[in-house]
Design a protein around this ligand. Structure first.
Ligand code: SF4
Length: 1024
């Protein structure tokens, strides 16, 4: 039952009937859980799963919500609508492209793409009144940010221009109006939409077009909105239109967690919603003390306790966190992925924490867009791209020389830099000169020559090879992938996945800028990395389990057993008000918002910390460094002081460990040496005085000295002996000449406990490291609940070769998309759009017009091969059109999705076309652009059989026929299937799933499989 285990308030929200409802609750009170239960309940009441639209604020939050709903729903369905408002608008505009007057192949573009676009055409922009400060990328990133803000507030370029044209406006405002228009014009010329356009156009379409509104209302009978407080004006208005059309709408919100809303309009969305309210009062996540401390951030209530650390500096802060996490993992069995370290900015503060966790061999991940560009493997590739495209980039050359595969010794590196400086040469020319230097040993010369060879090969292709191929070849050439391909440790796989992501960014770039060179891509990616723009694609799902180091903002919507919030000095929390590039004038706003002020900033920071603190279920540590990098003394955040006062906490001091975690004996000896020297002067000075406690002081000083000797003996103990084994003998020897009083002090000292504990930690760390190297790809499998998510092509790939499945779906190494593959995708898209707008009423010219539009957007060039393909496509589509007009085909669905549960697994797919046959039956059709196969060759084909099962399960449709349609050859090959197929398909899918779950990825090479496998270059099994 969906309502099992829910509180009465949650049950009330889940079973609410009729009009809109607002569910209010603090962090961890189960708002999202309530929405999921409502989804389940609606489905149980008979609502089709695809009729429930669930919206949330970010793509990762939507992914998380979708997974939980997929796990909760047992009924088959076509496709769930669980997405962001942007995602919803993208779908709406694709389905309603004709109504919206959009190019049917229009692509949403990221801020990074737009930055590249503006940088490429900077000469066309008027920037006389904007200060470039030598960094156009940063200025243009600011322009993009401001355009986004304006669009979120539904302010169009025209509205802004009209406002800026008024006499009282400044020249800079008028210039910005021109920039805004130029930005939109350039996007339109590319047939692209930015995220703001998705909202603006989606909103306009829903508001002004009754037909579109009616279709949306028919499709989405029920609406669920999570994190409603953080929706911007455009999103709120879109949700409002949808809510008016739907039978029921439930909004979940917590105004105290509003950290994304423009100008701190924290409670605005909630206040403006006219709906009955259900309040969830009980936190099911945070323990009492954490809640008490967190409440101090919002309303100043008292009670409870939480840990407060004052660290000597940032390094001490990071070390203390790493040591504490390690202790809890090894002693208390806490899972690393149950821990989060939250900072204001991963880019600025994440590295320190990463180093400290690395020192203790605690697995971790830096999370977030900025983190992607900070990863070592990504920086390696970026360094090579930079040095190839810009010979003056000395920093990039130095990195490339120091890192694999070159790994030049630092002394030789210093020599090369010296040559470059003295002779005023760029680094690459200096390296050429260095190869003639007698000071360089032959091995180093060889390494430099190795670098120069790679440099020459790369530079030669920079202006000739397509960017995506260039990046893939660079990765291969640097050996970054090959070295690691067969390792199975989670962190190694994560590196591979990140490299794959970089290749994907290049592929997407090519799709958008078909004619661009690798040099242009190098400039683009460098600008993206530098400008710190959010790059939506640059995140890795299904990553290795580990402590998550992320920004407070990114942590929103997540929860962890233990949370460490760092950098809580007053200079940063609340810190100075960050001035946006330029505020949006009130006259342009379509809503009333609180004024931008210091008070609004403070309130927003307070809510941000509140969100960060309430991510913790059981343990919360709030920390700050008392000295800045420059040595200035820093004060704790007033918010933390309030929390400390509220729970009666005290500051605990955390010092820097100079010797690192594995050097506890050295660190203890160093500390004790200081104590002994202090005791010498203190006790020595008192020896002449007539004091009763002087003898005891002397005994303490002697014992401290003996303990120093003890540490010396332990440091020099024979290799392989543990502290536990050595300690008794040393203690016996040292204790021989002690007086009774000294013996008592000696035996009651806590030093031995500390040493034994540290020794045990060392051993646990060593065994932990050994355990980490045991291969397991568990974290990378496409899990859903207790099972897997599988598509027909996953099953086929695994059946062809399990290792190929591992390369494609576990490591996610991008396949080099061949021209033929890209061409196949384009033909699919053209046919889908042709039928979507009523193929029977379309002329041949319109069909070929779609091919023309798709060809331009699809990144095709003018090579002989591409020209041939284009001629082939025109011929094939002409035949297709003629056949379609003359034959009694009746396509009823296109690209229709299905999903159903098979055992623990979720099987899903999408059928290209479903036709109604003259006798009323249905035929499933899958388009192919490859060479036709005969019916005999397709005998053991899984795909169409699985589609037939999917159609029966999800659509209750028994397909009478199934066929592959080989478009280029105009050949339709029917695939016969019998009633036993269902059992056969079920058994096959379950066998494949078992193989994947047990990580059975043994290769099954064959000529047929390997000759067309995209991974044969990297696959040793294919080597003969
Ligand atoms: S090259 Fe052959 S053996 Fe290697 S992954 Fe591909 S199909 Fe499998």
């Amino acid at each position: 039952m969906p309502t099992d285990g829910l509180t009465p308030a949650q049950r009330q929200a889940v079973t609410h009937a009729g009009g809109p409802l607002l569910v209010l609750g603090g962090p961890g009170t189960g708002k999202t859980r309530t929405l999921i239960a409502r989804f389940q309940w609606l489905v149980e009441q008979g609502a089709p799963p695809e009729s429930v639209l669930a919206l949330t604020f970010s793509a990762p939050a939507a992914d998380g919500l979708r997974m939980r709903i997929e796990d909760a729903i047992d009924r088959p369905y076509e496709e769930l609508s669980v997405c962001t408002v942007h995602g919803l608008c993208a779908r709406l505009l694709r389905d309603e492209a004709a109504e919206a007057g959009l190019d049917p192949f229009a692509q949403p573009v990221t801020p990074a793409d737009r930055l590249a676009m503006l940088l490429e055409r900077i000469d066309e922009l008027t920037l006389r009144r904007h200060d470039l400060r030598g960094n156009p990328a940063a200025l243009l990133a600011g322009v993009i940010e401001r355009v986004d803000r304006l669009k979120e507030e539904l302010v169009t370029a025209e509205e802004y221009a009209a406002w800026a044209a008024e006499a009282s406006r400044s020249g800079q405002e008028r210039e910005f109006a021109g920039l805004y228009r130029a930005h939109d014009r350039m996007l339109a010329e590319r047939g692209a939409l930015d995220f703001g356009d998705l909202l603006l156009t989606g909103h306009r379409l829903l508001r002004d077009n009754a037909g579109v509104r009616a279709r949306a209302a028919e499709r989405y009978a029920h609406l669920l909105v999570d994190e409603y407080q953080d929706l911007n004006l455009a999103q709120v208005q879109i949700a409002a239109v949808l809510a008016r059309g739907s039978a029921t709408a439930v909004f979940a919100a917590d105004p105290e967690q509003s950290i994304l809303r423009f100008r701190g309009a924290a409670t605005k969305n909630v206040e403006a919603l006219a709906a009955p309210v259900v309040r969830l009062e009980r936190s099911l996540r945070c323990r009492r003390r954490i809640l008490d401390a967190a409440r101090a951030e919002v309303d100043g209530e008292a009670g409870g306790e939480v840990a407060f650390w004052r660290a000597t500096n940032e390094r001490a802060q990071a070390q203390a966190v790493a040591a504490d996490i390690e202790r809890r993992i090894v002693r208390e069995g806490l899972r690393p992925d149950e821990v989060a370290v939250l900072v204001r900015s991963v880019r600025n503060e994440g590295q320190e924490v990463a180093v400290a966790l690395e020192e203790r061999a605690v697995p971790f991940r830096l999370v977030g867009a900025a983190a992607f560009f900070q990863r070592a493997e990504i920086r390696d590739v970026l360094a090579w791209l930079r040095l190839l495209s810009d010979p003056g980039g000395a920093g990039a050359v130095v990195r490339a020389l120091a890192r694999p595969p070159v790994e030049l010794r630092s002394v030789d590196l210093a020599r090369c830099i010296q040559i470059s400086r003295r002779r005023k040469l760029d680094m690459v020319s200096a390296l050429v000169a260095a190869t003639e230097s007698p000071q360089l040993p032959p091995e180093s010369r060889e390494r430099i020559l190795h670098f120069l060879r790679r440099h020459k090969a790369g530079a030669g292709q920079l202006d000739t090879v397509r960017p995506d191929l260039f990046v893939q070849r660079l990765i291969e050439r640097l050996g970054l992938r090959r070295q690691q391909l067969f390792a199975a440790q989670a962190d190694v796989v994560e590196r591979l996945v990140n490299l794959a992501k970089l290749s994907e960014l290049a592929t997407q770039y090519v799709r958008r800028s078909p004619q661009a060179t690798a040099r242009e891509f190098a400039r683009y990616i460098a600008a993206v990395a530098e400008a710190g723009l959010r790059e939506e694609e640059a995140s890795v799902a299904g990553a290795a389990p580990g402590v998550q180091v992320m920004s407070m903002l990114t942590a929103k919507g997540r929860e962890f057993e233990a949370v460490y919030v760092l950098g809580l000095q007053s200079a940063r929390m609340p810190g100075a008000r960050r001035r946006t590039f330029e505020p949006i004038p009130d006259a342009l706003l379509h809503e009333e918002l609180p004024a931008e002020s210091r008070a609004a900033h403070v309130a927003e920071m307070r809510r941000l910390l509140h969100v960060a603190m309430t991510r913790a279920r059981a343990r919360l540590v709030l920390a700050y460094p008392e000295r800045s990098e420059a040595g200035a003394i820093m004060q704790p955040s007033p918010f933390v002081e309030e929390a400390r006062a509220a729970v009666g906490g005290t500051w605990e001091q955390r010092e820097e460990e100079l010797f690192g975690p594995a050097e506890s004996l050295h660190a203890a000896a160093r500390a004790l040496r200081g104590e002994v020297l202090d005791a010498v002067s203190a006790v020595g000075g008192r020896l002449g005085e007539l004091r009763l406690d002087t003898d005891l002081d002397v005994s303490h000083a002697i014992v401290r000295y003996l303990e120093l000797l003890k540490l010396g003996a332990l440091i020099q103990r024979p290799a392989g002996q543990s502290v536990e084994e050595t300690l008794p003998a040393i203690n016996a020897r040292l204790g021989q000449g002690l007086s009774a009083e000294q013996r008592e002090v000696f035996e009651t000292s806590t030093l031995d406990d500390f040493l034994l504990g540290a020794d045990a930690d060392d051993r646990r760390r060593t065994s932990g490291l050994a355990a980490r190297s045991e291969p397991s790809l568990e974290a990378f499998l496409p899990r859903r609940g207790a099972g897997l998510v599988l598509s027909a092509s996953d099953v086929e790939t695994y059946l062809t070769c399990p290792l190929k499945y591992k390369f494609a779906r576990v490591f996610r190494i991008p396949q080099e998309p061949t021209v033929n593959q890209r061409f196949g995708i384009l033909v699919h898209q053209v046919l889908e759009r042709y039928h979507a707008v009523g193929g029977e009423s379309k002329t041949l010219a319109e069909l070929l017009g779609l091919l023309e539009a798709g060809w331009r957007r699809g990144g095709f060039g003018d090579s002989d091969e591409e020209r041939q393909l284009r001629a082939k496509a025109i011929e094939a589509l002409t035949r297709y059109h003629e056949r379609f007009q003359s034959e009694p085909a009746d396509p009823v669905w296109l690209e229709r999705a299905f999903a159903f549960k098979l055992g623990d697994h979720l099987v899903r797919g999408r059928v290209d076309r479903v036709d109604r046959l003259p006798d009323g039956g249905f035929e499933l059709i899958d388009y192919k652009t490859g060479r036709p196969k005969s019916a005999a060759q397709l005998k053991s084909d899984v795909q169409l059989s699985l589609y037939a099962v999917g159609a029966r399960e999800a659509w209750q449709l028994d397909a009478a026929q199934q066929a592959y349609y080989y478009v280029l050859d105009d050949a339709k090959v029917p695939v016969e299937r019998s009633a036993e197929d269902r059992d056969w398909v079920t058994d096959t899918v379950l066998e494949v799933a078992d193989g994947i779950m047990s990580q059975g990825f043994e290769p099954t090479p064959s000529y047929a499989a390997c000759s067309v496998c995209d991974y044969r270059i990297v696959c040793p099994a294919a080597e003969r």
